[in-house]
Design a protein around this ligand. Structure first.
Ligand code: DQA
Length: 149
């Protein structure tokens, strides 16, 4: 594997629109800015991250499968697939890597259909509601988990 600790960060559908997408819910930080911070924070901890975004369920599953063999953990914001995708949950279980689910918004405060996550049960835990900080906290959690292994 490339580094002592390598984390794959996956962003699901519509997260490429961050910065301009419903800013009252998701804020104005862009995905590129989030990825920059993640890269710098990983580097400062002697780790590496690979940040990938896809609007397609199949491509996200391909990225999860490809993480096996190159990454030690996955941080994933499945976007709306959180609430629908048995296939992404199966992929996460299938590769057996520790995964942390991330959401910018607090799903429990939103529409009832967002309160159910199919993918959360395939993850070690979920961090939601802290805006871009949800990602940074998830990266810290992943590094901490790996430290303890
Ligand atoms: C989201 C929450 C989802 O319900 C929504 O479909 C998203 C973003 C979040 O980060 O808060 O696309 O995952």
């Amino acid at each position: 594997m490339a580094a002592a600790r390598h984390i794959v960060v996956l962003h699901g559908p519509n997260l490429n629109l961050l910065g301009t997408r419903e800013p009252e819910i998701y804020g104005t930080t862009t995905l590129a800015e989030i990825n920059q911070v993640l890269t710098a924070r990983a580097e400062a901890s002697g780790a590496t991250v690979e940040c990938l975004q896809s609007n397609s369920e199949g491509e996200l599953i391909d990225h999860i499968q490809a993480a096996r063999g190159k990454a030690h953990a996955i941080v994933i914001n499945p976007g709306a697939y959180t609430h629908t995708s048995v296939a992404i949950a199966d992929a996460l279980r299938g590769v057996g890597l520790p995964a942390i689910e991330v959401h910018l918004s607090n799903l429990q405060k939103r529409e009832p259909y967002r309160r159910r996550s199919y993918t959360a049960a395939a993850c070690v835990g979920t961090i939601a509601g802290f805006g871009p900080r949800s990602y940074y906290l998830a990266l810290d959690a992943a590094l901490d988990l790996l430290e303890g292994q």
